[in-house]
Design a protein around this ligand. Sequence first.
Ligand SMILES: Nc1nc2c(ncn2[C@@H]2O[C@H](COP(=O)(O)OP(=O)(O)O)[C@@H](O)[C@H]2O)c(=O)[nH]1
Ligand SMILES: [Mg+2]
Length: 227
Amino acid sequence: MISRVEMVSVVIPTLNEAGNILETVTTIHKKIAYPKEIIIVDGNSTDGTKEIVKDTSFCKLIIEPRRGYGLALRTGIKHAKGDIVVIVDGDGTYEVKHINLLLDTLIKNDAELCQATRMYDLRKAMGFTNFVANKIITFCFDFFYSQFLSDTQSGFRAISRSALEKVELYEDDMAFATEMLVQFARKGFKMVEVPSSYKARKYGSPKMRRIKSGIEIFTTMVKGFIK
Ligand SMILES: Nc1nc2c(ncn2[C@@H]2O[C@H](COP(=O)(O)OP(=O)(O)O)[C@@H](O)[C@H]2O)c(=O)[nH]1
Ligand SMILES: [Mg+2]
């Protein structure tokens, strides 16, 4: 439960997102209606991402040379000072202009996590394989953990800091997002969603390795269930 919001920490992992990051951070900077810090956790990009971030006056840059989406986020979250932590990708695929909707909904519902679901706008849906894999993973997650989420692989989330402090997250890569939901469900934390949409990547390529990530995500769900 969040009683007072003095600051929101927005944590963004980046690995070679030079063509995407400026629009992402500028939109957040302009739209967010709460006091904020924007933390970029960069994996030592070689395409100019770090320089673009340094040139903004409103971002903190952390270099995390070790690889992994989850690891980058864990590093960023350690530095975050806010009562609420927002995580979002720096690849321009999420509607970051919906950030206040996530924050307001989290607070209004006294929830511990509010995430953007990309499943209500199928015209702009993600690629077919990702969509089907997401549906299967989400069905299994909801079934085993008695939840009603529609997009477990959403990486755009507002999370209460106090809830994050009550769980231990270890996943270094894409399974991090699922591990967080598994841990939150096991603790009985309230999780809600808001409709948002998916945008195609304009620059660069996804770093996710689908089969490896799929196996890790399923292993994370099963481990959480039998523990
Ligand atoms: N710092 C850091 N960021 C990463 C790493 N891998 C991915 N990212 C970032 O994490 C976000 C999600 O990665 P992406 O490749 O788009 O994964 P997908 O959306 O699941 O295909 C993007 O902003 C990436 O730049 C990494 O090893 N280190
Ligand atoms: Mg992406």
